[in-house]
Design a protein around this ligand. Structure first.
Ligand code: HEM
Length: 128
């Protein structure tokens, strides 16, 4: 789980910084929210979570870890595609879809928090 999180996070990193570069070159900052969320929820948060899962295998074995992985990724993808489309088309009807993606992602983060509180303990630390 830790390795999967870290590998997916670098894909978000490439997309996030490419969008930042595009915004800098075109002076079009309308997608700043998408850029910031992809970098922070995709790259930074997922890398940190991946490192924690790697160092504490018990958190990976827990069903909460699998739930977090699925919900964090599905939620972020739904949220980012909907937010990108809303900004580019101006179609406010997409707002609730951004919200649904955000709720799914947040549930995933809550599962992660419970998992950390339950399984991240000195006796569960394991470095290969
Ligand atoms: C090559 C790398 C990057 C480029 C070219 C870039 C470019 C930009 C640009 C042009 C903006 C809009 C600034 C504005 O609205 O005035 C921005 C905003 C932002 N970027 Fe990046 N960025 C990069 C990497 C990152 C990374 C790695 C992160 C976080 C991990 C990040 C987080 C943010 C945040 C949070 C904002 C919003 C700031 C605000 O609105 O106050 N960026 N970036």
């Amino acid at each position: 789980m830790g390795i999967q999180f870290i590998k997916i996070s670098v894909v978000y990193f490439v997309i996030g910084v490419s969008l930042g570069l595009y915004m800098s070159m075109t002076h079009d900052y309308s997608l700043t929210g998408v850029h910031a969320q992809i970098n922070l929820l995709g790259w930074t948060s997922m890398t940190l979570a991946g490192l924690i899962y790697f160092l504490f295998p018990k958190a990976t074995e827990d069903i909460l870890g699998k739930g977090h992985f699925v919900l964090h990724n599905i939620g972020l993808i739904i949220m980012m595609i909907a937010l990108f489309s809303l900004i580019k088309t101006g179609n406010d009807a997409l707002g609730p879809i951004v919200g649904i993606g955000g709720i799914i992602l947040t549930i995933g983060v809550v599962l992660f928090a419970i998992n950390v509180l339950k399984n991240v303990r000195p006796e569960n630390f394991k470095l290969k």
